[in-house]
Design a protein around this ligand. Structure first.
Ligand SMILES: Cc1cc2nc3c(=O)[nH]c(=O)nc-3n(C[C@H](O)[C@H](O)[C@H](O)COP(=O)(O)OP(=O)(O)OC[C@H]3O[C@@H](n4cnc5c(N)ncnc54)[C@H](O)[C@@H]3O)c2cc1C
Length: 415
């Protein structure tokens, strides 16, 4: 380990590993630190197809193709009445190879990305925690790190990347984190063996299923070795208040989702239930002099459309490009390091809007799509993650007035 690096990346998840690999590949000295020991468990298993391009740039596509990860060709939605949408097959919209993606076991996936960063030349340390980011005036100049079993030490760096996920080290320290008041959600999940899968290519699909009163929804994500990740998401107050253990709550909600109960008829629970609370937030600043946020440390919307890993890797890639350019021209100011942020925000806001539509209970996606079949291509683009082009949000020209009307009607009924 050196005393000074061009770039110090905190957090060995998809966001941090992407940034570290690309900056190191550009021949800049890079240190990537992860507090846990890789491979380590993480939630967030379903990828969006557009992750393809970052995987390709990182040079790990062949590894993905030869892995045992379940191939994901489609997504489907089950409504609160139990009606199942036709699968959204990404290849029907775009026949290229990039329309197929994967359902990944994160321990294996993140380890592959961590090792890849090392292959590209980054110094990669797991079991090493960043205790604090060091600032001189307003500029980040390094971090105090501690390897397991060793004394803390200071490492200087020209740029510090916060990719600490939901720990959001810098955003918490600098008071940049803002919750979405309408997204105070909780998730409870576990793993099942032998859940029923659809035949053919749709067997690898993510299926999103509403419960009968639309107060919660389940994800169904098929993984390798016959395991399926199943989780329920709902408002914190609804899901947690006076409801018993996570297992009790999960079971209660399952009864309200016959489409899932049928799929689990012959399945066996193979894990304990895990719980995550209030994971949705944004940050009010994304870069400063000598520092930049990527991935969940930048913000997280909601798990429903499986956008988290994609956003982490895409933001990691953009951050890397501005760091590489900044190091080349000798400018690692806030202005330089945040050059990618506006465009990134312009694209991700379409997913935020889609999340809002899903949680507007008075609005029916099915009815809207029947009335506007011309938007199917645009909607599939959003589900693929193709959100960074002019016109990506065209569907909202028709959807937003209907959403507003649905919300207004709901307000009037309540009064
Ligand atoms: C319930 C739920 C379900 C989800 N489902 C999906 C899904 O299906 N698909 C999807 O794409 N996304 C999903 N997500 C989101 C996904 O988990 C995240 O968006 C993604 O992991 C973000 O990657 P990241 O690299 O930013 O952070 P992370 O993957 O969280 O990595 C951050 C790393 O930083 C390390 N770290 C933290 N603090 C320190 C420190 N001080 N020093 C050193 N290291 C540190 C952590 O140990 C961690 O390994 C889900 C999220 C939730 C809450």
């Amino acid at each position: 380990m050196r005393d000074h690096y061009d770039c110090l990346v905190i957090g060995g998840g998809p966001g941090g590993c992407t940034t570290a690999a690309l900056v190191a590949e550009a021949s800049h000295t890079t240190l990537l630190v992860e507090r846990q020991k890789h491979p380590r468990y993480h939630i967030g298993e379903s990828l969006m197809p557009e992750t393809y391009w970052t995987l390709q740039r990182l040079g790990v596509l062949e590894k993905m193709k030869s892995s045992d990860f379940v191939k994901k060709f489609s997504v489907a939605f089950v409504s609160h009445t139990g009606a199942e949408s036709n699968p959204f097959f990404f290849k029907e919209h775009d026949p290229r190879e990039c329309s197929q993606t994967w359902q990944v076991e994160r321990a294996e996936f993140d380890k592959m990305l961590f090792d890849n960063a090392a292959d590209k030349g980054a110094d990669c340390l797991d079991q090493t925690r960043v205790l604090d980011v060091l600032f001189e005036d307003d500029r980040a100049v390094g971090a105090k790190i501690q390897q397991q079993g060793a004394e803390p030490r200071e490492i200087r760096a020209t740029v510090v990347v916060d990719a600490t996920g939901q720990q959001a080290l810098l955003a918490n320290r600098l008071g940049l984190k803002v919750d979405y008041p309408d997204l105070k959600k909780v998730a409870i999940w576990g793993y099942y063996r032998n859940a029923t899968r659809d035949p053919g290519d749709h067997g690898g699909a993510t299926i999103i299923m509403h419960t009968n009163e639309k107060k919660s929804w389940f994800w169904y994500i098929p993984l390798q070795d016959g395991i399926t990740s199943i989780g329920v998401v709902g408002d914190r107050d609804y899901l947690l208040k006076d409801r018993g253990t996570p297992e009790d709550i999960f079971e209660d909600e399952l009864v309200k989702c016959p489409a899932l109960a049928d799929r689990l008829m012959n399945a066996e629970l193979t894990s304990e239930f895990r719980v995550a609370k209030e994971f949705s937030y944004k940050t009010t600043r994304h870069a400063g002099d000598g520092w930049v946020l990527v991935g969940d440390a930048w913000g997280f919307i909601d798990p429903i459309y499986s956008s988290g890993v994609y956003f982490a890797m895409k933001s990691g890639e953009h951050a890397a490009d501005t760091i590489i350019e900044g190091l080349r021209i000798g400018d690692t100011s806030a202005k330089q390091l945040s050059r990618w942020v506006d465009d990134f925000h312009s694209g991700t806001k379409w997913i935020r809007k889609l999340v809002d539509a899903y949680y507007t209970n008075e609005f029916s996606f099915g009815r809207f799509m029947k009335a506007h079949p011309e938007h199917k291509g645009n909607l599939t683009d959003l589900l693929i993650g193709r959100i960074f082009y002019n016109g990506a949000g065209k569907i909202f020209e028709d959807m937003e007035p209907e959403l507003a009307a649905a919300k207004q009607a709901a307000l009037e009924t309540r009064w």
